[in-house]
Design a protein around this ligand. Sequence first.
Ligand code: NDP
Length: 291
Amino acid sequence: MTATIIDGKAEAAKLRADVALGAAAFAAAYGRKPGLAVVLVGNDPASEVYVGSKVRLTREVGMESFEHRLSPDIRQEDLLSLVRQLNADPSVDGILVQLPLPGHLDAGSVIAAIDPGKDVDGLHPENAGRLMNGLPGLAPCTPLGAMLLVSRTLETVSGLNAVVLGRSVLVGKPVAQMLLSANATVTMAHSQTRDLPDLCRRADILIAAVGRPEMVRGNWIKPGAVVIDVGINRLTAGADGKAGRLVGDVAYEEARTVAGAITPVPGGVGPMTIACLLQNTLRAASMRASA
Ligand code: NDP
């Protein structure tokens, strides 16, 4: 069997086109564009790249982008005061503080200071609680993107066995919650889970979010399963000439001979994350405007 390749790039482009229509309708109705503020502390190269793409794509869908680039040694109080200022700014609908923050800053209290209605990363404890309780709110972008790819691939997930590898607040926990809300039977696995290969082989839907290059082998996968690879790992060493290459948490070449459908890395979940961020910003703008 050769798996269907789930084209995250194409799905993300479709989603951004829908968001652009929504943003134009919003601007026509309210006389201003939805606005996303991105806060970048320091000059971590990977974060610079992410922020650059976020800014470019925000403008491309017809939204306002506000960039705040701060010195790596900014004090916690000053960062919190910027967040409060953005909370109060009526032209800002979404606030994204790019993670990770430098070690002297407490990311948890910065996220908690964001107005939950503007928390387009969906990481505020209130939004996490809303997701848990099935209430409307803003959910994290990568899990939203992963779920969208699942729903584009399967007519329904109801009753299917889903295994989520990884239990982070950013990916594993929210995606498990979303699958559960969609009536899948969900198992969450982590570094202490026993017999991981055996567990994975029972999954109709396998979501890998562990941050371990190519950990999930082809023989861990149930024939025909839908495999969503969230991992983004840059290979650093090895005499095989693969250094510098981006790989997922799944051994793609092996897995695609067994799975029914699989996301590639890059070009799978990655592009969906920013598209979902833009969708969240439009949602946040619409919720605020109609409140
Ligand atoms: P974290 O490091 O926060 O969490 C990793 C999780 O994987 C933990 O729950 C950990 O278990 C578990 N884990 C680690 N090693 C093993 C193992 N050997 N066996 C089983 N479980 C293991 O990572 P994130 O959730 O933030 O990210 C996961 C991956 O997704 C990374 O590659 C990251 O780069 C990528 N990512 C991609 C995004 C995108 O846009 N596509 C966005 C965000 C992340 P334990 O809790 O026990 O420690």
